[in-house]
Design a protein. Sequence first.
Length: 179
Amino acid sequence: MIETPRLTLRNWRDRDVIPFNAMCRDPEVMRYLGSLQSRPETRAAVTRLRAQQDATGYTFWAVERREDRRFLGFCGLKTPPPGIPVLDGLIEIGWRLARDAWGAGYAREAAEASLAWGWANLANDRIIAMTVLGNTRSWGLMERLGMVRQPAMDFDHPALADGDPLKPHIVYAIDRPPA
């Protein structure tokens, strides 16, 4: 568990599925992430995130606001999806918050805590993030975190069909800070 002044990043609980599914059914939240998800699809995603935590000790953790214990979304670290050779061996940082939690600095606070955890607990010298070019809010946060665009690492997402506007992905990276 990671605590920040306003947030707790923690492993997933069964009770997170319902608010997470509400996020995953919000067209604005999912605008750059793909189709809206059913509850079984959301439950399967939580199962995968729990398995990642069990296997590696880290995942895209559930983000909870400390003052009222409200589930806000997720943020954390994980291995990138398979089938993307340019990302093999790297660690990805990612986030997704409920729309009504946008603009309050929660994503940055959670991402900074996730990066700090990664540098303290993982041997990797680089952490990457990916999104689509149109997702200016996401890559804007990447830049505010000190991440730098890596055009040579951009890729077409293998899980998406040719012609899908979400297929082309851009990659940002941040290197381990000097000791």
